[in-house]
Design a protein around this ligand. Structure first.
Ligand SMILES: *Cc1c(COP(=O)(O)O)cnc(C)c1O
Length: 421
């Protein structure tokens, strides 16, 4: 469920008509709904009701500080994967003790900044990282709280580029070697082992892989406790999928996911962390774009829009589907027509949809990509010297630009020409 609904035939974001924002901001732009963000956070929070828990929003999905602060004020922690994200979360007002640090390639500088600034835990992904973390902690006279990310060798049955829990993936340490690696960690004076971490992939539309992975984590918990480790926290990762194609998909609900967590690990008495990103931000954001031309090709019609692959790369990168809707609803009697919906970038990959049925559209009409809130704006670039796409947040009947569109001067003046030229 989201808060982008038609009223009198006009798409609204909560109480604000989308065309009003387009007039004020220009297109393309991302538009987020506060109510939807909060609703999705609350669904997870309530799903874990009865367990000691913290929902750590995976901020790589959508990391604008206005979004972070909205969620943090509702009680969310953050999952960060770089020191940049760490500093951004801190700037948004998130305290260090609510931030977990994930990622396979943490550098010494990243580790140092987080240790000095305060961190809830490091999710360690390899033995060399463990050694580096230990060394940096000792150098700073600190003890770093850690979980170790285990790779449970579970097929998440999702797109290959976002599957992370198979043994051939670069993430975590093989679960079969976990006891050995925990023993090494336990002997390092700069580390304190507090738990286990797992994250098997993204856009999972079936609960079975979670069930398998979490059962393995439960078993490992008992073994590690028997080995003498104080396992008191389980970080179960993110990954729950969203319905990108509303007409034919209904992924599991957070409530069912929460029940699964209770069933598989609830008896262990551990504090539970989860790291949802996509399900919190995905349907809380749309990308609004304007049709520049309707071009009639030999055997098909193209809608050439002012949004492009640099603004929303998911279709080009993951073959992703986004529902695309007209901002002004056509009368029910109007016959739909197939269009290829494409951006202006000089690559055939700059195609959002092929032969998509839409009401008749032409220059100046606004369209909206649904489900664009996660892995949308954060992956945007200035490819083709196109301004970085702005972001807007709606709250009831108010809206605010939360990242302005840069001017061409700003963009161009970021380059520096060497003296010898
Ligand atoms: C990307 C990522 C997440 C979030 O995944 P979603 O599919 O967006 O919920 C959580 N944890 C880790 C470690 C990640 O890399």
């Amino acid at each position: 469920m989201d808060h982008f609904l038609y009223r009198n035939g006009v798409l609204h974001a909560e109480d604000v008509p989308v065309p009003e924002i387009a007039d004020a901001v220009g297109t393309p732009f991302y538009l987020y709904s506060t109510a939807t963000l909060l609703r999705h956070f609350a669904l997870f929070d309530e799903a874990l009701d009865g367990l000691d828990h913290l929902v750590c929003y995976a901020m790589k999905a959508a990391s604008n500080q206005a979004i972070l602060r909205t969620l943090a004020q509702a009680g969310a922690g953050m999952d960060v994967v770089s020191v940049g994200e760490y500093l951004r979360a801190r700037a948004a007002g998130v305290p260090g003790e609510r931030i977990v640090f994930s990622g396979v390639g943490k550098t010494a500088n990243e580790i140092r900044t987080a240790l000095e600034g305060g961190i809830r835990q490091f999710n360690v992904e390899s033995e060399p990282e463990m050694e580096l973390l230990n060394a940096v902690a000792l150098e700073l006279g600190k003890i770093a709280p850690i979980t170790i990310r285990v790779n449970p060798d579970v097929d998440a049955k999702t797109h290959a580029k976002i599957a992370t829990g198979k043994s051939e993936n670069k993430f975590g340490i093989p679960i079969a070697r976990a006891r050995e690696v925990y023993a090494m960690a336990g002997a390092m004076p700069g580390l304190v082992v507090i738990g286990i971490d797992v994250h098997i992939g993204s856009q999972l539309t079936d609960l079975a892989p979670f069930e398998l992975a979490y059962s393995k984590v439960a078993e490992l918990t008992e073994q590690l406790r028997a080995d003498g480790h104080d396992i008191r926290r389980l970080d179960l990762g993110g990954g729950l999928g969203i319905p990108y194609e509303r007409s034919n998909s209904a992924p599991p609900l957070p409530l069912e996911y929460g029940a699964l967590i209770k069933r598989t690990v609830g008896h262990l008495g551990c504090e539970i962390e989860i790291e949802p990103g996509r399900l919190i931000a995905g349907n809380a954001g749309i990308l609004v774009s304007e049709v520049i031309y309707m071009k009639s090709g030999e055997d098909r019609n193209f809608l050439i829009i002012d949004g492009a692959m640099n603004d929303l790369i998911r279709p080009a990168m993951y073959d992703a589907h986004h529902d695309i809707v007209p901002v002004i609803q056509a009368p029910a009697a109007v016959e739909q027509q197939p269009y290829d919906i494409v951006g202006p970038v000089c690559e055939s990959g700059d195609t959002f949809a092929r032969q998509r049925n839409m009401p008749p559209l032409g220059a100046g009409d606004l369209i909206a990509f649904r489900g664009a809130g996660a892995y949308g704006a954060v992956m945007a670039s200035e490819y083709n010297t196109r301004p970085l796409v702005p972001e807007v947040l709606v709250h009831g009947d108010q809206f605010a630009v939360i990242r302005p569109r840069p001017s061409f001067d700003e963009m161009i003046n970021r380059d520096t020409i060497p003296e010898w030229l």
